[in-house]
Write a protein that binds this ligand. Structure first.
Ligand code: BEZ
Ligand code: FE
Length: 302
């Protein structure tokens, strides 16, 4: 087919998919071409604007290294990563109902997922409950505790929390050249599904802005910050794992996270305490915070 107008051009591009052997690939390409052509037509894209877009994507690729993934950051800041996370958790929970919304069978919804981000580092030390996972890390001490249960409220013994955060000034260990791991650990729940550990109260921080994504954010006059949060991957045998955060209630940028990662169910009150005996018996010689949160995991099909 030789197209003679814009509609026929779109039809011709879609017809080329007729020979694609993988139906899912064809479905994705069909939608991509349909929306891409519609976008070009809707904004009446000029050649110089199209070229600016090509140059932007080229620069995005050129900014990627083994330590930096500018394309994921672009996806994050356009809300695409969070859309994939939300849809994936809905799909995975098809058996028990959508997370965040009770399905009539579960007594509590599964913990909501959010973006993983670029600072996960596999192989964090496995530490016992009660450990300080951030000794010497700048920041105000915080006692974290709670339980891991299933969506029926049954405690999950031996569930794994793989935890990471930046420090109290918003810097991750991975961002410091040559630094080892800090503010990271893997902690398992006890026989009653309880966990507790010490770390710091995380600060808000900016995503990297010295590349094309930073220029895009400046172009739309949006700040580059994420609200203060601590990351957790929570897992247990025969349950769907969840990659999530706990957000510090009242942290700056809680209503305008640059990557759209905030979910109201993940915002936690950090309670202030004077120096003295902490809930785990530790005697604190300085004021500290506490944060309590229960995680709920969806059982997978038997
Ligand atoms: C993070 O929370 O670590 C993060 C997420 C997305 C982009 C940049 C950082
Ligand atoms: Fe983070």
């Amino acid at each position: 087919m030789t197209p003679s107008n814009e509609d026929e051009l779109t039809q011709a591009a879609l017809q080329r998919l007729d020979g694609a052997p993988d139906p899912r690939f064809a479905q994705i390409m069909r939608s991509l071409i349909t929306h891409l052509h519609a976008f070009v037509r809707e904004v009446d894209l000029r050649p110089e604007e199209w070229m600016a877009g090509i140059e932007f994507l080229t620069a995005t690729g050129q900014t990627c290294t083994d330590k930096r993934q500018e394309f994921i950051l672009l996806s994050d800041t356009l809300g695409a990563s969070m859309m994939v996370v939300m849809l994936d958790q809905l799909r995975a929970s098809g058996r028990g109902g959508p997370p965040g919304r009770p399905d009539g069978r579960s007594v509590t919804p599964a913990t909501e997922a959010t973006v993983q981000g670029p600072y996960y580092w596999a192989g964090a030390p496995e530490l016992p409950c009660g450990a300080d996972i951030a000794p010497g890390t700048p920041g105000e001490p915080t006692f974290y505790s709670g339980r891991v249960t299933d969506t029926q409220g049954q405690p999950l013994a031996g569930a794994l929390l793989d935890i990471w955060s930046g420090d109290g000034e918003g810097v991750y260990d991975m961002q410091v050249e040559g630094a080892g791991m800090s503010a990271r650990a893997r902690i398992r729940t006890d026989a009653e599904g309880r966990y507790w550990f010490w770390s710091i109260k995380p600060s808000y921080y900016p995503v990297p802005v010295d590349g094309p994504v930073g220029r895009m954010l400046a172009g739309i006059r949006h700040h580059p910050n994420r609200p203060g949060h601590i990351h957790m991957m929570v897992s247990a045998p025969a349950h769907a794992p969840v990659t999530t955060h706990l957000f510090v209630a009242g942290t700056p940028y809680i209503d305008s996270d640059v990557v759209y990662g905030v979910r109201p169910s993940l915002i936690v009150a950090f309670e202030p305490h004077p120096a003295g005996r902490a809930p785990d018996g530790r005697v604190m010689d300085q004021p500290y915070w506490s944060a309590h949160y229960d995680f709920h995991l969806q059982p997978t099909a038997a």
